[in-house]
Design a binder for this molecule. Structure first.
Ligand code: UGA
Length: 435
């Protein structure tokens, strides 16, 4: 690897914590700083506040090697490092604009504490132009002899496989106005085998939004194709396979279902739409992508109603609550909207999720959540699948058949072969495939 750098990462959410631990693993000296004292106290005890496979072990190894530490004294952490990575939240405001208050607070803190020049890295997903505004903000507040160039270095990791993604990136994007600052940040990743793309700062900022918006477009597109498949008797799995064999299209992100969720696609597509609006451009495809994703959840609920009949008083097992497998993240999870819609019609929900049960109980105390899937399946009138967890795939479906009152599965993630489920005695309804 190249030279070890002294790095402070501000914000210990998904991106900050994973990036901090991975940079320490690459040999750098990393301080993860967060103003939330409770979070820092937990991290110092070796507890990881998020569910991410492998992260606990990675943190422990690097803490023991004295390469990684946690603090709530952000000012001190800033003074101790030469590179400051900003990884705080950028939520959406009610009017659709990105809320930059956390980023701005960090910038003010950097300017107040920097007594030597430092390179500032923007890892938070921020609207195009933010790097330039950040630099102005710093120039205004910091002492005039202190140089604080801002580099855009967007993050492309996926929850659930965040560590793998960080060590095996498809690309590292570095957008800098000051070329030396860009090179300094590229050097941090010298031990990774990945294409490094140096761009201007604005392009780097847009690459992040464009990538998420394009991936979301693929999902909404395949979901609309699935809806057409249902009308004409075609099979979306085969259609997607046939499309994906074209190298220009590729096989990924063509899995039809109940639509995308999570903290990124819903937020970033809306932010990109608003950003275009703010510069007087109507991004029509993106508007449709967002609408289709919302309607896909509604269509799924209609499908359940059609299969079950009147939902009032019916017991429905909802399997999989997190927005995708291998995470306990419930942000914009399709399952939560689907559960609320079913409850509004009087259905009695029995839910199951291998990781998110506790969080659902906190958030939706009226939803009984079981940690044993077979308990959730007891005597139900229908089984609804909303997240494709391996723990659901590997259930003993013969046993499940004997537990339920009615053998109906409505699968929002196309987890099973329809013929195999009907051989087991289920009425199996999925998305874009004949039953
Ligand atoms: C996404 C991007 O994939 C990352 O590259 C990006 O860094 C991240 O957002 C971010 O902006 O921070 P993530 O939200 O963790 O990562 O999850 P994905 O694996 O991309 O899945 C997003 C949603 O799309 C899930 O709800 C998933 O079920 C859904 N999806 C995905 C489909 O419905 N069909 C597919 O074919 C693929």
């Amino acid at each position: 690897m190249g030279e070890a750098a002294r790095i402070t990462v501000i914000g210990t959410g998904y991106v900050g914590l994973v990036s901090g631990a991975c940079l320490a693993e690459m040999g750098h000296q990393v301080i993860c700083a967060d103003q939330a004292e409770w979070k820092v106290a937990r991290l110092q005890q070796g507890e990881i506040p998020i569910y991410e496979p492998g992260l606990k072990e990675l943190v422990a190894t690097n803490v023991s090697a004295n390469r990684l530490s946690f603090t709530s004294h952000i000012g001190g952490a800033i003074r101790s490092s030469d590179i400051i990575i900003i990884a705080v939240g950028t939520p959406t405001q009610d009017n659709g604009d990105v809320d930059m208050s956390q980023v701005n607070n960090v910038l003010t803190c950097i300017a107040a504490n920097a007594v030597t020049s430092k390179t500032i890295v923007m890892k938070s997903t921020v609207p195009v132009g933010s790097g330039s505004l950040a630099e102005q903000h710093l120039r205004l507040l910091a002492a005039s002899h202190i140089h604080l160039p801002v580099v855009s270095n967007p993050e492309f990791l996926r929850e659930g496989s965040a560590i793998w993604d960080t060590f095996h990136p498809d690309r590292i994007v570095i957008g800098a106005k000051d070329p030396e600052a860009g090179i300094r940040i590229a050097r941090l990743h010298a031990s990774l085998r990945a294409e490094v793309l140096h761009t201007d700062r604005e392009s780097a900022e847009l690459i992040k939004y464009a990538s998420n918006a394009f991936l979301a477009t693929k999902i909404s597109f395949i979901n609309e194709m699935a809806n057409v498949c249902e009308k004409v008797g075609a099979n979306i799995s085969l259609v997607a396979k046939g499309m994906g064999l074209d190298r220009r299209i590729g096989p990924h992100f063509l899995q039809a279902g109940v639509g995308y969720g999570g903290s990124c696609f819903p937020k970033d597509t809306k932010a990109q739409l608003k950003l275009a609006q703010n510069v007087d451009y109507d991004f029509q495809i993106l508007r449709a992508v967002i609408d289709v994703n919302r309607l896909q959840r509604e269509r799924f609920v209609t499908k359940i109603e059609r299969e079950v009949g009147c939902l009032s008083g019916k017991r429905i097992a909802v399997l999989g609550l997190a927005f995708k497998p291998n995470t306990d993240d419930l942000r914009d999870a399709p399952a939560l909207d689907i559960i609320s819609a079913l409850q509004q019609q009087g259905a009695l929900i029995q839910a199951y999720d291998p990781a998110a049960a506790e969080l659902v109980m906190e958030r939706m105390p009226d939803v009984p959540v079981f940690t044993d899937p077979y308990e959730a399946l007891d005597e139900v009138d229908a089984i609804v699948i909303t997240t494709e967890w391996e723990a659901i795939r590997s259930l003993n479906w013969r046993l499940v058949r004997s537990l339920v009152k009615a053998p109906l599965i409505v699968d929002g993630r196309n987890m099973f072969e329809p013929v195999e489920m009907s051989q087991l005695g289920f009425t199996y309804v999925s998305v874009g495939r004949e039953t």
